[in-house]
Design a binder for this molecule. Sequence first.
Ligand SMILES: *Cc1c(COP(=O)(O)O)cnc(C)c1O
Length: 359
Amino acid sequence: MTRCYNFCAGPAALPEAVLEIARDEMLDWHGRGLSLMEMSHRSAEVVGVAHRAEQTLRELLAIPDDYAVLFLQGGASTQFSAVPLNLLGVRGCADYINTGQWSKKAIAEGRRYGQVNVAATSEESNFSTIPPFEQWRLDPDAAYLHYTPNETIGGVEFAWTPQVEAPLVADMSSTILSRPVDVAEFGVIYAGAQKNIGPAGLTLVIARRDLLGAAHALCPSMLNWQVAADNDSMYNTPPTFALYLAGLVFDWLAQQGGLRAMEAINRRKAEKLYAAIDDSDFYANPVDPDCRSLMNVPFTLADDALDKQFLAESEEAGLLNLKGHRSVGGMRASIYNAVTEQAVDALIAFMADFEQRNG
Ligand SMILES: *Cc1c(COP(=O)(O)O)cnc(C)c1O
């Protein structure tokens, strides 16, 4: 069996050690004579798996007790609706920061439910930077401020956390668990699982408990965070297998030394890849160096007529999914937690060789 190096933006690489455990436990989970997938979500086994996953996640992120941890479905995109439905309340308006394609989707969905104030945007720079905080025009009546700490498509990441009075709501889909964050600085953190948590089908919401219970009367029960919290994320059948795999990923992260250790590895990976791009006249990254993503590294070739050849040859070399997003073009290497330093080294070596042959 040959495992390739996978740079997919999502669904993304999973730790090999996690896949091996899942394989070994596939037919007979912990001697029960059946797969975890075949068990009732009300069974002690599945409830135990869910509970343990939550506990390990709480330890990894040092989540304070006054925050609920919810395991939901529908992806981050469903939370684009759930956020306004749960939080807009009587104020009816919210601030949004527009730093890229995912911000824009959240803004468009927010507008369906209330008044959205785009307090800052970097669209005029083609999302290659983050608008400085001094230029943000915040609405004093905003029920919350929504932003996207890491724009997966543009490769733009906040190196700082906005300090605002309204509850801070963050779509952390592609940065969560890549480094420590101070959860207490946020009102709500949400993330689709398929970048840095586990397989697709699971959505994580971490919400300060005092923000629950104020959902719009028409908020569907399935999107109501209070309902999810009251039912331990089992209001309906949860995606049990995805939850089990996420729990294994959390265990793996703890074994790696937790999020401080992951941050050191992730910084090393990103620094060497950006250095390889910056040191060459053949490759380029358009993002302001202060806002470069640790997880998603877009890059272009000096001549885009070579894109097809680059993709074909990289795939041949076992380096998969390097094609950039269709809205940006060029290449993108997503280097999430499960993408090893060895994979990044192999990519850099391939890039140097390709440049030598075609530059
Ligand atoms: C991938 C991604 C999404 C969309 O996630 P889904 O789970 O597919 O809905 C939203 N926001 C960000 C930042 C993402 O990276």
